[in-house]
Write a protein that binds this ligand. Structure first.
Ligand code: GRF
Length: 206
C-alpha cells in the first residue's frame, strides 16, 4: 500500500519554507527559481542545492547566490541497491542537518527509492517536461516527437513511489512546431517551465 502525502507547513514571507533544490545538470530551472526568490517576497527560500553530479553547471549558482551547495555523488559500491541506499542516506542526512522542509527536484536525473520517498512524501515536488501521464521517464521530448504529438508541455507534480506518477499540481501546454528537434523543443518547454515552477511553488508553499 502506498503512503499518504504529508504536506509541509504553510510558509510565509516572514517565515519562508526552507527548500533544497536537487539538480544534475545545467540548473537553468534552479536559476529561474533563485531569481524569482531574489526579486519577489516569497513564502519559500532556497537554503541548499544538492547535485549527484560533481560537474553539474548548476552548482555554480549556489556560489553566486550565496547558498550552501553539496555535490553528493554515488558512493562506491559493487552492490547497486546498497549504493542507492547509501547515496540517499547521505542526501537525507544533509537535508535534515539543513532543516529542509521541501525538496524541489529540478532536473535531478535519478529515480528516488520508495524508502526515501516515504520519508518525504508530500514534501518532494518535481517538474517534468511533458503533459503527464504522457511521456514519463528521461526522454520525454524524444518520445513526444516520435509519437507525432502536436502538443506537449510541462507538469509540476508531487513525487510518489512511481516514476512521474505523483499527484499533478499544474500543467502548461507547449505546441510542437514543424521542424522541431529534441533540442529546440526542450528549449521552448524550459522557457515555460521557468515561469510555471516558481509560480506553483508560491502557491504550494502558502
Ligand atoms: C527540465 O526540462 C526539467 O523538466 C527536466 O530536466 C530539465 C532540467 O533542466 N526534469 P535544467 O538543468 O534546469 O536546465
Amino acid at each position: 500500500m502506498s503512503e499518504p502525502y504529508t504536506y509541509p507547513r504553510k510558509g510565509s514571507i516572514d517565515d519562508p519554507l526552507r527548500i533544497a533544490v536537487l539538480i544534475s545538470g545545467s540548473g537553468s530551472g534552479l536559476l529561474s527559481l533563485l531569481k524569482h526568490q531574489q526579486s519577489n517576497q516569497c513564502p519559500h527560500v532556497t537554503k541548499l542545492i544538492i547535485s549527484d553530479n560533481v560537474n553539474a553547471g548548476g552548482l555554480h549558482h549556489g556560489g553566486i547566490f550565496e547558498i550552501s551547495t553539496a555535490a553528493i555523488p554515488l558512493p562506491r559500491s559493487s552492490d547497486k541497491n546498497q549504493q542507492r541506499t547509501l547515496h540517499e542516506n547521505l542526501i537525507h542526512e544533509k537535508l535534515i542537518n539543513s532543516k529542509i522542509e521541501l525538496i524541489v527536484l529540478s532536473g535531478y536525473m535519478r529515480i528516488l527509492t520508495s524508502v526515501f520517498v516515504k520519508k518525504w512524501k508530500g514534501r518532494i515536488i518535481n517538474i517534468h517536461p511533458s503533459l503527464l501521464p504522457k511521456y514519463p521517464g528521461a526522454h520525454a521530448h524524444r518520445d513526444a516527437l516520435a509519437d507525432g504529438a502536436e502538443i506537449t508541455g510541462c507538469t509540476v507534480h508531487l513525487v510518489d513511489e512511481g516514476v512521474d506518477t505523483g499527484e499533478i499540481i499544474a500543467q502548461e501546454e507547449v505546441p510542437i512546431l514543424e521542424g522541431d528537434t529534441v533540442e529546440k523543443l526542450q528549449e521552448r518547454v524550459k522557457r515555460i517551465e521557468h515561469q510555471l515552477y516558481p509560480k506553483v511553488l508560491d502557491d504550494f508553499c502558502s
